[in-house]
Design a protein around this ligand. Structure first.
Ligand SMILES: *Cc1c(COP(=O)(O)O)cnc(C)c1O
Length: 809
């Protein structure tokens, strides 16, 4: 279809056809929503055809495929991305004239599919784009949450959560594949039967849930490739208990139904924090069982054997959430296809690989042994056997059973999912150099000694096509003028920009672009927050999930300190600054919500105080999402990447800001370390303790009080919090910082405070004293960001982990 080049006339005809087919209406009287749906349907079907062509090629070559399992895919909107990647925005724009509607209007109708919390899900989405662009055959698997991540509304300074009904627009992108539904079994009893063909496993009295796939197509850029994202919806198999129904007990019949539906009802809203909830476990098993059954069926359908399974399939588990795919594949290979344990185990380990995303103890998943035993009894048996064999083998090899036990999957009545993952994978990767080194030294120390070389690093990346070319069209135009289009597919070519670092006209253009993008944000702030911000002030942005370790509180402390200085008339060091925050807190994360409340109160305070407002301003933008990120990141001048060293595994927000020309104020943490390596320390504002210093101070007993006593600024900040803001006291935050029953200031804001203040002073003074130098540093950041494209990341995964080659190469 696309072979027949799309032009405006053809596009019009296709849209017309959809409009008349669905709404039996004349094209010129179609509503904007109808045009949106019609156009999206046309594009969706084009992509479906394109994917089929792509697959034919791949099938002919009998190539390996990657399946990427993840509980979250934070894709952002589809329409613009697909039109951009198909290079047909112009043609479509032309065609739309007939309907009296612009592309921008249609883009604004679509709702963000909020099928993820933050960085983890966004990474998965960037991978789908880069895989398609690189012509890698890829399928992503996740759940079709009826409600994605909540919408955030701040009411009287407090975060409240509203349901996210994304399906009311984005459903057009989903193609139901009812014929490919599978059954997932929970509960029940396992019965072993010895037959003359060997041991037969029966699962008696299970609760059966139907998994129905919905397919979403994700276009590659200027490529043959189209990635498939397959989202599973849960349904009760006996969607209604006919017995109850015929007895007139409608309500009970319906209640039965809701049990099955609940599994894919809603995304758990925690980021970097695990929930030991039964429903969450069911979601995880539901995802992996449906996906594994699907993968095996497709393979068997094609090759009529599973003997070559691991040569043809790479199965990736993104974080431990899909860990149960390991025992689930074992179950299918042994119980359904009669492979021996050893054969099945080899097939599993050779195909599965795992990415670790965190070392935070509160985020490491463990499930109650007993819950797994009851809810998924066969899986429990298999995990127990994996562990038994592993312990015997390791005890034998190490000559020390106690040492082996440290790697056990079981402990304290719990199942350790990370240990299951590392055991069942042929390769494990961390997401940035520093994080990978920490993995090897801490949670995976014993594994790393036991199987050296299994843990490798592949640093995260972002798709620069969405995050620059679509989100920042002015910058794209400038880069294209200077470098041509080559960097679209070869982001390393951004390097060539560095040749222009002394070119005044390029630097001035960068400055103008930033200014335009800041104006765009100022208009949004004025509409949303009814606050007028100074477009000539430096825009300092911290946009990411709200987490103690990310230290939005450190940023807020600096703002308080500036307010105190301004009120006291110490304005020698004060320059105009606008602080922009965007962050969702997990609904049950009280401390995080309190920090939002503090930021909101600061914003309120400043906007009621004309004197302070002359210098600085603070805005908190509601509902951080991919679309909001696309709006504000291009306007960033300072990017706040200030996590406590050793806590942020990689970060990808840092990369998005960098490639849009922001300068980073950051700690030596996650991928910041590699950003510094690329751009040079002279083009980065580095501050704070290093990870080994954090560890050493912590081990010697961190005492925030000691910093407090020595530091007048900190004492004033605490006084300010205690006194309260507009009548609201923040004593609870000052207690948190000073400690009491718990260790005060657990993320060491006090320890890094002076260093943070100092680096900011340096940055803002440079901004106001030598803007051209600033722009030059900005240019160097853009020019050094190519390596952080997810095109590079997926290429590394393909080579080092999956053993995958692109189609047609
Ligand atoms: C990139 C992104 C993130 C991750 O940001 P970090 O700063 O790396 O934590 C979270 N949410 C959204 C919407 C994003 O686009």
């Amino acid at each position: 279809m696309l072979e027949q080049k799309i032009n405006a006339t053809l596009m019009e005809a296709l849209i017309d056809e959809e409009i008349s087919r669905y709404w039996n209406t004349e094209p010129h009287s179609a509503s904007t929503t109808q045009v949106y749906r019609a156009l999206s349907t046309v594009i969706r079907d084009l992509l479906l055809k394109k994917r089929n062509t792509f697959l034919k090629q791949f099938t002919k070559n009998q190539q390996k495929k990657v399946y990427y399992l993840c509980m979250e895919f934070l894709t952002g909107k589809s329409l613009r991305n697909n039109l951009y990647n198909l290079k047909i925005e112009q043609e479509v724009s032309e065609a739309l004239k007939k309907y009296n509607v612009s592309l921008e209007e249609l883009y604004s109708i679509e709702k963000d599919p909020g099928l993820g919390n933050g960085g983890l899900g966004r990474l998965a989405a960037c991978f789908m784009d880069s895989l398609a662009t690189g012509n890698f055959p890829a399928v992503g698997f996740s759940l079709k949450y009826e409600f994605g991540l909540f919408k955030q509304k701040i009411i009287d300074g407090w975060q409240t959560e509203l349901p996210d009904d994304w399906l009311t627009t984005s459903d057009v992108w989903l193609i139901p594949r009812t014929e490919e539904r599978v059954i997932v079994k929970f509960d029940g009893k396992i019965r072993e039967e010895w037959t003359d063909k060997g041991l037969k496993i029966h699962h008696d009295y299970p609760t059966q849930i139907e998994a129905v796939p919905y397919d979403m197509m994700i276009s590659g850029y200027d490529s043959k490739g189209v990635s498939l994202l397959r989202l599973w919806e849960s349904r009760s198999l006996n969607s209604i208990d006919m017995n109850l129904f015929s007895q007139g007990d409608y309500l009970r019949a319906l209640a039965e139904d809701s049990l099955g539906e609940a599994i894919s009802k809603v995304l758990y809203p925690s980021d970097n924090h695990y929930e030991g909830k039964i429903l969450r476990l069911k979601q995880q098993y539901f995802l992996v069982s449906a996906s594994a059954q699907n993968i095996v069926k497709v393979h068997y359908g094609k090759y009529n054997t599973l003997d070559n399974f691991s040569q043809k399939n790479a199965i990736h588990i993104n974080d431990t959430h899909p860990a149960l795919v390991i025992p689930e594949l074992m179950r299918i290979f042994m119980d359904d296809y009669n492979y021996s344990w050893d054969e099945a185990w080899k097939m599993v380990v050779d195909s599965v690989s795992y990415t670790n995303h965190t070392v935070l103890s509160e985020a490491l998943e463990t499930f109650e042994d007993n819950i797994i035993k009851v809810k998924i009894p066969r899986i429990h048996m298999i995990i127990a056997e994996i562990d038994r064999r592993f312990m015997d083998e390791a005890a034998h090899n190490l000559g020390d059973r106690n040492k082996a036990l440290k790697m056990s999957i079981f402990g304290y009545g719990k199942i350790n999912m990370a240990n299951l993952c590392i055991r069942g994978s042929h390769c494990v990767n961390g997401v940035a150099d520093l994080h990978t080194e920490i993995l090897k030294k801490t949670i995976f120390k014993d594994f790393n000694e036991y199987t050296p070389g299994k843990i490798i690093n592949v640093t995260n990346g972002i798709t620069h096509r969405r995050w620059v070319n679509q989100a920042n069209p002015l910058l794209k135009d400038l880069l294209t003028d200077i470098l041509g289009e080559e960097y679209y597919l070869n982001p390393e070519k951004l390097n060539l920009l560095k040749k222009y670092k002394n070119d005044q006209s390029v630097l001035t253009k960068l400055d103008e672009i930033k200014h335009q993008n800041k104006k765009r944000v100022a208009e949004h702030v004025s509409r949303q927050n009814h606050i007028n911000i100074d477009v000539d002030s430096i825009f300092d942005i911290q946009a990411k999930r709200l987490h103690e370790y990310k230290r939005q509180l450190l940023n807020a402390m600096r703002i308080i300190s500036l307010i105190i200085d301004i009120n006291e008339g110490n304005i020698a060091d004060i320059v105009p600054e606008t602080f922009i925050f965007a962050a969702k807190a997990a609904p049950g994360y009280f401390r995080a919500k309190e920090i939002i409340q503090l930021i909101f109160a600061l914003s309120d305070y400043i906007n009621k105080n004309t004197f302070v407002k002359k210098y600085i301003n603070v805005v908190f933008l509601e509902n951080y999402s991919v679309s909001l990120a696309e709006l504000i990141i291009p306007a960033g001048e300072i990017s706040e990447q200030i996590s406590l060293a050793g806590k942020e595994a990689s970060g990808t927000g840092n990369m998005k800001f960098m490639i849009n020309g922001a300068l980073t104020i950051g700690t030596c943490d996650g991928a910041n370390v590699e950003i510094i390596k690329e751009v040079g320390e002279e083009n980065f504002f580095l501050f704070g303790l290093r990870d080994h210093e954090v560890e050493s101070i912590w081990n010697h007993g961190y005492s925030s009080i000691q910093y407090y006593q020595k530091n007048l600024k900190l004492r004033k900040i605490i006084d300010f919090l205690n006194k309260g803001i507009n009548g609201k006291s923040f004593e609870s935050i000052s207690k948190y910082l000073l400690g009491g029953s718990a260790v005060g200031d657990p993320y060491m804001c006090f320890a890094d405070f002076d260093s943070y203040m100092e680096i900011h002073r340096k940055a803002s003074h440079l901004y106001y004293s030598d803007k051209m130098k600033w722009n030059q540093m900005s240019l160097m950041n853009i020019g050094s960001a190519g390596i952080f494209s997810s095109d590079r990341t997926v290429r590394e995964y393909a080579e080092k982990i999956w053993g995958l080659t692109p189609v047609n190469k």
